[in-house]
Design a protein around this ligand. Structure first.
Ligand SMILES: Cc1ncc(COP(=O)(O)O)c(C=O)c1O
Length: 479
């Protein structure tokens, strides 16, 4: 080593980002009174609070990515033609490169269906899978809520069987339960979400994916991935399972093991819009569903339009082409996931109860532990109060616990609560600097210090509704 390079060798305490800002947007000037008035008007519902008053919008990581200049430049080249826009071919080429599948040419092994979002792709798939059939069950390591709803809407049971055995890969499917389900139930296909959003963004190992493949082969069942955060999942595989492989190699291996996948391009497509369903031809899926490709195409044309844009504009398509190049680079993923980790570590140092290990896209607060030793009970919806009060400082978080996943029966007055009670802090990609995250952590710490004085949240509208967290209104009240 050269002596100058030797002099500069050290392990820095801070990680630099993989990018620099090329455009910024200043916050809308506002006072705490402006935010208070807006929060009351919104019924303290974070979804109805104006984004212009937020400082740190952590409601979702979906569709909130800041584009790169390459994406912005490519979007100007978007071709808005109704039929066979020129970006479509580039998209197929990029899908081939990123996922290691073949989509172009007469001997293409895969078929692609574009949609405006992943849930539209799920809707198309499960409409075909459920049509005219009864008693079907689709097992998964963790169905996302729209996946769950799209499955059940088509008369199929959605079953979650997450494993609790692995040290690093807490998103894995429980293969013993999978075997039992395949052995006893009528399963049209097996699903696996990478990373497992429902389980706090935890990753799934390559070994687990390969095990699912083996069980599916044994029982002659198709295997599909919910690939929304495929690149983040590959990063964890590299860290804990396959240090010597590159991210693109791991991604190719993941996708070589499945018969199809749905993907929200609003996550690891690094785009603000887009979804897709990809199906491998000639697999066991076609024994039970010989006409599925034609039927899916009809569904797509009727609901989303021409197959070469399917609900996306030509600009969106070009943004995805560029996004899929960036998302599998080591530099991007290091920046992304180590930022989430640094934020989680800081919250942990502050004594805030967080779910560990940290996943790829978010940090989750454990609401029950947050209020331990106070008078706050589950039925007081302390997660809602916390997210409501934080709005006054600027950060917008999302309760995914006792309220979002609980139910209320107005006839009996009975309430049910889920086994976990979390608040999610989802980190948008390429959007915030670590100071923004530390600011949010300091605001949470302030309320943690004052947790004995946080009021309960009383639901004044929508307690009995489905998907009630989007619709409800609250008042903050002392007992
Ligand atoms: C794991 C997972 N699957 C599916 C979806 C649905 O994607 P979209 O929002 O594009 O409909 C999401 C969205 O957050 C998700 O996280």
């Amino acid at each position: 080593m050269n002596k100058f390079t030797q002099l500069t060798e050290f392990t820095p305490k801070h990680q630099h980002r993989a990018y620099v800002n090329s455009a910024v947007r200043f916050h809308t000037p506002c006072t705490k009174e402006d935010r208070l008035a807006a929060a009351i008007k919104a019924g303290w519902n974070v979804f109805q609070f104006p984004s212009k008053f937020t400082v740190g919008d952590f409601l979702s990581d979906s569709g909130t990515t800041t584009p790169t200049i390459e994406q912005l430049a490519a979007s100007l080249l978007g071709d808005e033609a109704y039929g066979t826009n020129w970006g479509y071919e580039q998209l197929l080429e990029q899908f081939e490169k990123t996922f290691g599948i073949t989509l172009l040419g007469d001997d293409a092994e895969w078929e692609i269906f574009l949609f405006h979002q992943c849930r539209a792709a799920e809707h198309a798939l499960f409409t075909q899978i459920g049509r005219g059939k009864k008693g079907l069950i689709i097992p998964s390591n963790g169905h996302f809520d729209t996946t769950h709803a799209n499955i059940e809407m088509n008369g199929i049971e959605a079953l979650d069987i997450v494993s609790v055995n692995d040290h690093f890969f807490l998103g894995n499917i429980d293969t013993t339960k999978l075997f039992r389900t395949l052995n006893t139930e009528n399963v049209p296909l097996v699903y696996c979400t990478v990373t497992n959003n429902t389980m706090a963004g935890q990753p799934v190992s390559l070994e687990n994916i390969a095990d699912i493949r083996r069980w599916c082969d044994k029982f002659k069942k198709p295997f599909f991935l919910d690939a929304c955060r495929f690149a983040e999942n590959a990063w964890f595989i590299k860290e804990n399972e396959r240090q010597r492989s590159t991210i693109p190699e791991i991604v190719h291996e993941m996708f070589s093991l499945c018969d199809g996948f749905t993907i929200s391009l609003k996550k690891d497509g690094l785009a603000n819009m887009g979804g897709a369903l990809c199906v491998k031809k000639g697999t066991v899926l076609f024994e039970e569903y010989p006409d599925i490709l034609d039927n899916l195409r009809d569904h797509q044309i009727c609901t989303e339009a021409h197959p070469t844009y399917g609900g996306m504009s030509g600009r969106d398509i070009m943004i995805v082409v560029e996004g899929l190049k960036t998302v599998v680079t080591q530099e991007y993923l290091d920046s992304r996931i180590l930022q989430v980790r640094a934020f989680g570590d800081y919250l942990d140092e502050l004594g805030i109860p967080v779910v560990k290990p940290f996943g790829g896209h978010a940090v989750y607060l454990d609401v029950d532990k947050f209020y331990e030793g106070t008078l706050m009970r589950r039925e007081d919806f302390g997660g809602i109060s916390l997210t409501a009060l934080l709005l006054l400082n600027g950060p917008r978080l999302c309760e995914l616990g006792a309220f979002a996943f609980g139910t209320y029966d107005p006839k009996t007055g009975k309430e049910t609560f889920p086994p976990f009670n979390y608040v999610r802090i989802a980190i948008p990609r390429n959007k915030y600097e670590i100071e923004d995250l530390f600011y949010a952590a300091d605001c949470i710490k302030n309320l943690h210090n004052k947790r004995d004085f946080i009021p309960r949240a009383v639901c004044t509208h929508g307690k009995e509704k489905t998907l009630r967290h989007f619709k409800a209104r609250f008042e903050l009240q002392y007992k």
